[in-house]
Design a protein around this ligand. Sequence first.
Ligand SMILES: [Cu+2]
Length: 263
Amino acid sequence: MIGRLPIAKMLAATVALTAAISAVMVSIDWDGQQGSTAAPKIDELLNVMIVLSAFVFSLVMVMLFYALWKFKAKPGDESDGEPIHGNTRLEVAWTLIPTIIVLFGAGYSWSVLSDIEEPTDNPLTVDVFSQQFAWSFGYPGKGNAYSQGVLHVPLDRQVHFKMHSLDVIHSFWVPEWRIKKDNVPGITTTAIVTPDKPGTYQLICTELCGFGHAAMRAEVVVEPAAEFRKWVAGLKDEVPAAYQETIRQDTETDPEALGAGGA
Ligand SMILES: [Cu+2]
């Protein structure tokens, strides 16, 4: 049956529909302002996935509407449809094409992830403490200086955020940096970010964590290294002993040593 289909025409229609949908979808600014070295790579990955999804959607729609138009029963036709006992070529095609698309997506995502998480020389380590419903931050390279509700980081320097939850699961998200990472009680998770645009941003909890979840935010300031050093030197508090105990008891998920890099 597949041999009688106008394959060339259907493929042309699929390509045309893919191009039309992609043109609209890719032109939309889904993610907003870019604020880290990872952002352009992640946005590009999203655009490639949008085009692939548009292709799959178009292929299905073209075949669906062709079938609706071509094989519609004539008025008064009460007979049964043609009995079909499998079609090897069709089955190979609908297994092979999605497999190729999925493997391509997996490989491409893998390469983007390893690229944006490639450690640089001298990263800054920041401990992130999350709890219902607040964020606080420790700077292990700077005498465990402690800041509540306000996170400062230097411009153009890789930051390794070590996440520690003190109660339930929270999630660390600065939209302009694109990176999201869960904070899980009992384990230390790590997010690697290199902020490359100075400014003030918002850290948002993006894991529903209880009644005050929507208000669980912190101010994020990305500034030149000198200003960052001045700010961190002015911090009066030290990370509370109970929080340091949490770090000690957490299972480290990233084999890299804690406390690498100074402020
Ligand atoms: Cu939350």
